[in-house]
Write a protein that binds this ligand. Structure first.
Ligand SMILES: [Zn+2]
Length: 95
């Protein structure tokens, strides 16, 4: 019986996909991460405090949402903050 073809993607023991490391992220010129909760709460953090060999996905179980108390956020590179010119373009004075 042929087994269904599954693309092998490396995962953590709990099945979450492995994300890139902070070192790889910094090589891409990105300096910050965005931490998202499923409730919509998110926070932007400086990535400088984490070691190069640490993965973004290693960090996810450590976060507890300040809004709803859920543990296990989605950590993503902050692409906008990694590009200063885009951050300037995105700035808008609403007053
Ligand atoms: Zn939340």
């Amino acid at each position: 019986m042929p087994r269904p073809v599954r693309r092998h993607t490396p995962t953590h023991a709990d099945g979450r996909p492995l994300k890139i490391t902070f070192g790889e992220m910094r090589e891409m010129g990105l300096r910050g991460v965005l931490v998202y909760c499923h409730c919509g709460h998110h926070v932007a953090l400086d990535a400088d405090r984490w070691h190069d060999s640490m993965r973004l996905s290693d960090l996810e179980p450590r976060f507890v949402c300040q809004a709803c108390g859920y543990r296990g956020a989605d950590v993503r590179p902050d692409f906008e903050r990694g590009k200063p010119q885009m951050a300037v373009m995105g700035y808008r004075n609403t007053r």
